[in-house]
Design a protein around this ligand. Structure first.
Ligand code: DLL
Length: 432
């Protein structure tokens, strides 16, 4: 089943023509309305009005997360705030956060693209869809919500957390489709077991999972334990949110909504295209965004194109599930966390040393981040009460600024291993 067959199955030739026209319009939009791009084009002596082919894309400058931060909060908006009807932000504190905006049209496009992804993954207007992503600045909750409403499905906007209640509602409201992170789906399966609920007695049929990396092993577990068909969907707030790419029921790679996003896969070192089918960094140019268009946004996500046509009939190219990142961003319980954020909070707290380790593991299908931080000798040998206070202070700051709970352990000065004088700080022990 398709949501917009004429688009999703269009010929490559028509698609490329449409992409070129939309790229030209986007370049005009940013070239006239966004000083950041106007200056870049000027410096590069780039005459975007002469763009006659998609190959010219390679002449365009890149956009990075740092550019978004440097222009915090509204510097990259291509419309006045008066035309913006929604603002979202990726996790992080002021300065680290990135802010994105949507016009009314952008919201309609977004809903439509999420509707495509939901339809491809089996959801119809007859479904009862439980959205267990956080509603708020994170794009997951509202993004999926609007798409599901667009289809006409019955939406349960339960948001994240309170797993027992989620399951109770799933049972009572006869939920047929579940939307959340893949690890949360497994956590739900655990809690169902604790509650003595047999998933095959529920009405669940489909699960749409995204916002964090997962694996085929996890897919098998989810399918078996929840008795559903689990599909992967991908997106990022800087580009739109969910709705950039999603799997069809072939469950073999994610169709990119290429009529709205121009995707490249580049070697992260040379920034040149990799050979067809090779793994590299996904770089995305938006083609229809009004409020927040981005040119060649470096996602830092690693993937590759799947070259064979998909039996589902969609012509939109597929990417393999995201297999890693080219930076040190961590995704903890679906929340993006940069080690530098943790570092700057730790450095702010009296008694800590600039040496820390981050240990991430998954305990009963839930991510756990433990921060080990060296503290000055006097504090380490001080009374327990004082240490507890420091721990509490760090925990509170980290929880409020990262948006995710953290365990904290104080360790003795010089007890964390140094490699080349530099701490090897991240120990991700999760097995996906
Ligand atoms: O996670 C948007 C989203 C919400 C996608 C709900 C799908 C479902 P951000 O918070 O900006 O946006 O995080 C984006 O999360 O660059 C990837 O590293 C990672 N990510 C998102 N989807 C997947 C996925 C949302 N399916 C960052 N597989 C991206 C692996 C994913 N990683």
């Amino acid at each position: 089943m398709y949501w917009e067959e004429e688009r999703e199955c269009m010929s490559r030739e028509d698609l490329e023509q449409l992409q070129l026209e939309r790229l030209q319009a986007t370049l005009y939009r940013v070239g006239t309305h966004v000083p950041f791009y106007r200056n870049k084009f000027f410096e590069m002596k780039l005459d975007y009005e002469s763009f006659g082919s998609l190959d010219d894309l390679r002449r365009l400058p890149f956009t990075t997360k740092q550019d978004l931060r440097d222009n915090y909060p509204y510097g990259l908006f291509a419309v006045p705030l008066r035309d913006v009807v929604r603002i979202h932000s990726s996790s992080g504190t002021t300065g680290m956060a990135t802010v994105v905006g949507y016009t009314g049209n952008d919201i309609r496009t977004w809903s439509n693209l999420v509707a495509r992804i939901l339809t491809a993954a089996g959801v119809t207007k007859d479904d009862v869809i439980q959205i267990a992503f956080g509603y708020g600045l994170f794009t997951g909750g509202f993004g999926l919500h609007y798409g599901a409403e667009r289809i006409g499905a019955s939406v349960i906007p339960i948001s994240a957390g309170n797993t027992r209640r989620q399951i109770q509602i799933m049972q009572d409201f006869k939920t047929t489709a579940l939307v959340c992170t893949p690890s949360y789906a497994l956590k739900m399966a655990d809690v169902m077991m604790d509650m003595g609920i047999n998933p095959s007695g529920l009405s669940l049929k489909y699960g749409l999972f995204g916002a964090e990396p997962w694996s085929e092993r996890m897919r098998r577990q989810i399918n078996e334990r929840l008795n559903i068909i689990a599909t992967d969907n991908y997106g990022l707030s800087e580009v739109m949110g969910p709705g950039v790419a999603g799997e069809c029921l072939e469950c073999n790679g994610l169709h990119v909504n290429e009529d709205h996003f121009l995707v490249e896969i580049l070697d992260p070192k040379t920034l040149e295209p990799v050979a067809p089918g090779e793994t590299g960094e996904l770089v995305i140019t938006t083609l229809t965004k009004e409020a927040f268009p981005v040119i060649r946004y470096r996602t830092r996500d690693l993937t590759r194109f799947l070259l064979e046509p998909c039996p589902c009939g969609r012509t939109m190219r597929r990417i393999q599930r995201i297999t890693g990142r080219t930076d040190d961003m961590l995704i903890i319980k679906g929340v993006n966390v940069f080690p530098t954020q943790i570092e700057s909070i730790l450095f702010d707290i009296e008694g800590t040393q600039p040496h820390y380790n981050l240990v991430i593991d998954r305990v009963q299908n839930e991510d756990r981040l433990t921060v080990l931080v060296e503290v000055v000798e006097s504090l380490f040998f001080d009374e327990m009460k004082k240490q507890r206070l420091v721990i509490e202070q760090i925990k509170k700051r980290l929880a409020s600024e990262l948006g995710v709970g953290v365990e904290v352990k104080l360790v003795e000065e010089r007890s964390l291993e140094r490699f080349n004088g530099k701490g090897n700080r991240i120990f991700d022990k999760r097995r996906l």
